[in-house]
Ligand binder design. Structure first.
Ligand SMILES: Nc1nc2c(ncn2[C@@H]2O[C@H](COP(=O)(O)OP(=O)(O)OP(=O)(O)O)[C@@H](O)[C@H]2O)c(=O)[nH]1
Ligand SMILES: [Zn+2]
Length: 194
Protein backbone atom coordinates (compact mmCIF):
# COMPACT_ATOMS: atom_id res chain seq x y z
CA UNK A 1 0.00 0.00 0.00
CA UNK A 2 1.24 3.53 -0.74
CA UNK A 3 2.28 5.87 2.12
CA UNK A 4 -0.76 7.98 1.32
CA UNK A 5 -3.15 5.06 1.66
CA UNK A 6 -1.40 3.92 4.84
CA UNK A 7 -1.85 7.28 6.54
CA UNK A 8 -5.45 7.50 5.32
CA UNK A 9 -6.13 4.16 7.07
CA UNK A 10 -4.21 5.15 10.19
CA UNK A 11 -6.12 8.44 10.42
CA UNK A 12 -9.39 6.50 10.25
CA UNK A 13 -8.22 4.39 13.21
CA UNK A 14 -7.41 7.60 15.14
CA UNK A 15 -10.92 8.93 14.41
CA UNK A 16 -12.40 5.67 15.68
CA UNK A 17 -10.28 5.80 18.86
CA UNK A 18 -11.33 9.38 19.47
CA UNK A 19 -14.97 8.43 18.86
CA UNK A 20 -14.97 5.78 21.61
CA UNK A 21 -13.43 8.21 24.10
CA UNK A 22 -9.70 7.56 23.78
CA UNK A 23 -6.84 9.96 23.23
CA UNK A 24 -4.99 8.68 20.14
CA UNK A 25 -1.96 10.77 21.19
CA UNK A 26 -1.45 9.05 24.54
CA UNK A 27 1.81 7.13 24.76
CA UNK A 28 0.41 3.60 24.69
CA UNK A 29 -1.65 4.31 21.57
CA UNK A 30 0.89 6.14 19.40
CA UNK A 31 1.80 3.07 17.32
CA UNK A 32 -1.65 1.47 17.47
CA UNK A 33 -2.98 2.83 14.15
CA UNK A 34 -0.06 1.33 12.24
CA UNK A 35 -0.40 -1.97 14.15
CA UNK A 36 -4.11 -2.07 13.34
CA UNK A 37 -3.33 -1.41 9.66
CA UNK A 38 -0.86 -4.32 9.55
CA UNK A 39 -3.32 -6.58 11.39
CA UNK A 40 -6.04 -5.67 8.89
CA UNK A 41 -3.75 -6.34 5.95
CA UNK A 42 -3.28 -9.87 7.31
CA UNK A 43 -6.85 -10.51 8.44
CA UNK A 44 -8.21 -9.34 5.06
CA UNK A 45 -5.32 -10.72 2.98
CA UNK A 46 -7.75 -13.02 1.18
CA UNK A 47 -8.80 -10.31 -1.30
CA UNK A 48 -5.37 -10.50 -2.91
CA UNK A 49 -5.44 -14.24 -3.51
CA UNK A 50 -7.05 -16.40 -6.16
CA UNK A 51 -8.34 -19.76 -4.83
CA UNK A 52 -8.44 -21.35 -8.30
CA UNK A 53 -4.77 -20.58 -8.78
CA UNK A 54 -3.94 -22.21 -5.42
CA UNK A 55 -5.87 -25.39 -6.26
CA UNK A 56 -4.44 -25.67 -9.79
CA UNK A 57 -0.89 -25.64 -8.42
CA UNK A 58 -1.27 -29.21 -7.12
CA UNK A 59 -3.63 -31.37 -9.18
CA UNK A 60 -2.72 -35.04 -9.58
CA UNK A 61 -4.24 -37.68 -11.84
CA UNK A 62 -5.89 -40.59 -10.02
CA UNK A 63 -8.22 -43.53 -10.56
CA UNK A 64 -9.43 -43.24 -6.97
CA UNK A 65 -13.08 -42.34 -6.69
CA UNK A 66 -13.68 -42.65 -2.96
CA UNK A 67 -14.47 -39.80 -0.62
CA UNK A 68 -11.57 -37.65 0.64
CA UNK A 69 -12.33 -35.72 3.83
CA UNK A 70 -10.21 -33.03 5.48
CA UNK A 71 -11.77 -32.50 8.87
CA UNK A 72 -11.41 -29.88 11.61
CA UNK A 73 -9.70 -27.14 9.63
CA UNK A 74 -9.70 -24.26 12.10
CA UNK A 75 -10.27 -20.74 10.80
CA UNK A 76 -10.71 -17.15 11.86
CA UNK A 77 -12.90 -14.85 9.83
CA UNK A 78 -14.88 -11.67 10.51
CA UNK A 79 -18.56 -11.00 10.00
CA UNK A 80 -19.37 -8.38 7.42
CA UNK A 81 -21.96 -6.75 9.67
CA UNK A 82 -19.85 -5.90 12.72
CA UNK A 83 -16.30 -6.82 11.66
CA UNK A 84 -16.09 -9.05 14.74
CA UNK A 85 -14.46 -12.49 14.67
CA UNK A 86 -16.09 -15.68 13.49
CA UNK A 87 -14.11 -18.58 14.97
CA UNK A 88 -14.69 -22.12 13.87
CA UNK A 89 -13.81 -25.26 12.02
CA UNK A 90 -14.46 -26.40 8.47
CA UNK A 91 -14.89 -29.95 7.19
CA UNK A 92 -14.32 -30.39 3.47
CA UNK A 93 -14.96 -33.59 1.51
CA UNK A 94 -14.98 -34.41 -2.18
CA UNK A 95 -15.18 -37.45 -4.44
CA UNK A 96 -12.49 -37.31 -7.13
CA UNK A 97 -13.27 -37.71 -10.81
CA UNK A 98 -9.83 -38.39 -12.31
CA UNK A 99 -8.05 -35.72 -10.26
CA UNK A 100 -7.08 -35.22 -6.62
CA UNK A 101 -5.78 -31.98 -5.18
CA UNK A 102 -2.78 -31.54 -2.87
CA UNK A 103 -4.23 -31.81 0.63
CA UNK A 104 -2.71 -28.58 1.98
CA UNK A 105 -4.45 -26.62 -0.76
CA UNK A 106 -7.83 -27.20 0.89
CA UNK A 107 -7.00 -25.32 4.14
CA UNK A 108 -5.25 -22.70 1.98
CA UNK A 109 -8.50 -22.11 0.10
CA UNK A 110 -10.38 -21.93 3.43
CA UNK A 111 -7.93 -19.20 4.53
CA UNK A 112 -8.43 -17.18 1.33
CA UNK A 113 -12.18 -16.93 1.79
CA UNK A 114 -12.03 -16.65 5.61
CA UNK A 115 -9.70 -13.64 5.27
CA UNK A 116 -12.45 -11.54 3.75
CA UNK A 117 -15.53 -9.87 5.25
CA UNK A 118 -18.00 -12.72 5.47
CA UNK A 119 -21.22 -14.29 6.51
CA UNK A 120 -20.89 -17.94 7.44
CA UNK A 121 -23.26 -19.26 4.76
CA UNK A 122 -21.37 -17.44 1.99
CA UNK A 123 -18.01 -18.67 3.28
CA UNK A 124 -19.37 -22.24 3.21
CA UNK A 125 -20.62 -21.90 -0.38
CA UNK A 126 -17.52 -20.17 -1.70
CA UNK A 127 -15.28 -23.01 -0.49
CA UNK A 128 -17.58 -25.63 -2.06
CA UNK A 129 -17.85 -23.74 -5.37
CA UNK A 130 -14.12 -23.09 -5.69
CA UNK A 131 -13.41 -26.83 -5.34
CA UNK A 132 -16.28 -27.82 -7.63
CA UNK A 133 -15.29 -25.33 -10.35
CA UNK A 134 -11.55 -26.00 -10.27
CA UNK A 135 -11.19 -29.74 -9.62
CA UNK A 136 -14.50 -30.80 -11.21
CA UNK A 137 -15.01 -33.72 -8.80
CA UNK A 138 -18.13 -35.93 -8.60
CA UNK A 139 -19.25 -33.91 -5.62
CA UNK A 140 -18.23 -31.66 -2.74
CA UNK A 141 -19.49 -31.28 0.82
CA UNK A 142 -18.53 -28.44 3.14
CA UNK A 143 -19.71 -28.03 6.74
CA UNK A 144 -18.79 -25.14 9.01
CA UNK A 145 -19.33 -24.98 12.77
CA UNK A 146 -18.57 -21.57 14.21
CA UNK A 147 -18.93 -19.07 17.02
CA UNK A 148 -19.80 -15.49 16.19
CA UNK A 149 -18.29 -12.87 18.49
CA UNK A 150 -21.00 -10.42 17.42
CA UNK A 151 -23.48 -12.74 19.14
CA UNK A 152 -21.26 -13.18 22.21
CA UNK A 153 -19.40 -9.94 23.00
CA UNK A 154 -22.34 -7.69 22.14
CA UNK A 155 -25.88 -7.83 20.77
CA UNK A 156 -27.79 -10.87 21.95
CA UNK A 157 -24.84 -12.00 24.17
CA UNK A 158 -25.23 -15.78 23.82
CA UNK A 159 -21.83 -17.28 24.59
CA UNK A 160 -22.72 -20.95 24.15
CA UNK A 161 -24.40 -21.03 20.77
CA UNK A 162 -22.74 -22.60 17.74
CA UNK A 163 -23.87 -22.07 14.15
CA UNK A 164 -23.65 -24.92 11.64
CA UNK A 165 -23.92 -24.41 7.88
CA UNK A 166 -23.43 -26.73 4.94
CA UNK A 167 -22.97 -26.56 1.17
CA UNK A 168 -23.49 -29.75 -0.84
CA UNK A 169 -22.71 -30.12 -4.53
CA UNK A 170 -23.00 -32.99 -7.05
CA UNK A 171 -23.25 -36.46 -5.45
CA UNK A 172 -23.34 -34.94 -1.96
CA UNK A 173 -26.62 -33.31 -2.87
CA UNK A 174 -28.10 -36.03 -5.11
CA UNK A 175 -27.04 -39.23 -3.38
CA UNK A 176 -28.41 -40.01 0.07
CA UNK A 177 -25.68 -42.63 0.76
CA UNK A 178 -22.85 -40.17 0.01
CA UNK A 179 -24.47 -37.54 2.18
CA UNK A 180 -24.87 -39.87 5.18
CA UNK A 181 -21.32 -41.18 4.79
CA UNK A 182 -20.10 -37.56 4.86
CA UNK A 183 -22.08 -36.57 7.95
CA UNK A 184 -21.21 -39.75 9.83
CA UNK A 185 -17.47 -39.25 9.10
CA UNK A 186 -17.69 -35.67 10.34
CA UNK A 187 -19.42 -36.77 13.51
CA UNK A 188 -17.19 -39.77 14.22
CA UNK A 189 -14.52 -39.08 16.84
CA UNK A 190 -11.05 -38.55 15.39
CA UNK A 191 -9.62 -40.49 18.35
CA UNK A 192 -5.89 -40.11 18.84
CA UNK A 193 -5.56 -38.60 15.34
CA UNK A 194 -3.97 -41.51 13.50
N1 LIG B 1 -26.97 -15.29 8.43
C1 LIG B 1 -25.92 -14.75 9.07
N2 LIG B 1 -26.12 -13.71 9.90
C2 LIG B 1 -25.04 -13.21 10.54
C3 LIG B 1 -23.75 -13.69 10.39
N3 LIG B 1 -22.92 -12.96 11.18
C4 LIG B 1 -23.69 -12.05 11.79
N4 LIG B 1 -24.99 -12.19 11.41
C5 LIG B 1 -26.22 -11.48 11.80
O1 LIG B 1 -26.44 -10.34 11.02
C6 LIG B 1 -27.51 -9.65 11.60
C7 LIG B 1 -27.41 -8.16 11.38
O2 LIG B 1 -28.62 -7.66 11.90
P1 LIG B 1 -28.95 -6.13 12.18
O3 LIG B 1 -30.26 -6.06 12.89
O4 LIG B 1 -28.79 -5.35 10.91
O5 LIG B 1 -27.74 -5.69 13.13
P2 LIG B 1 -27.72 -5.49 14.70
O6 LIG B 1 -28.70 -4.45 15.10
O7 LIG B 1 -26.30 -5.23 15.08
O8 LIG B 1 -28.23 -6.93 15.21
P3 LIG B 1 -27.99 -7.71 16.58
O9 LIG B 1 -26.74 -8.53 16.39
O10 LIG B 1 -29.21 -8.57 16.75
O11 LIG B 1 -27.82 -6.72 17.67
C8 LIG B 1 -27.53 -10.08 13.07
O12 LIG B 1 -28.71 -10.85 13.27
C9 LIG B 1 -26.28 -10.97 13.20
O13 LIG B 1 -26.45 -12.02 14.15
C10 LIG B 1 -23.58 -14.80 9.50
O14 LIG B 1 -22.48 -15.30 9.29
N5 LIG B 1 -24.69 -15.28 8.87
ZN1 LIG C 1 -21.75 -9.75 13.10
Amino acid sequence: MSDNKNSEFENAVKVMMHHVGEDPQREGLIDTPSRVRKAYEFIYGGYKEDPAEILKKALFTTSNDEMVLVKDIEFYSTCEHHLLPIIGRVHVAYIPDGKVVGLSKIPRVVNVFARRMQIQEQLTEQIADAIMDTIAPKGVGVVIQARHMCMEMRGVEKINSTTTSSALRGLFKKDEKTRSEFFSLINSPTGNRY
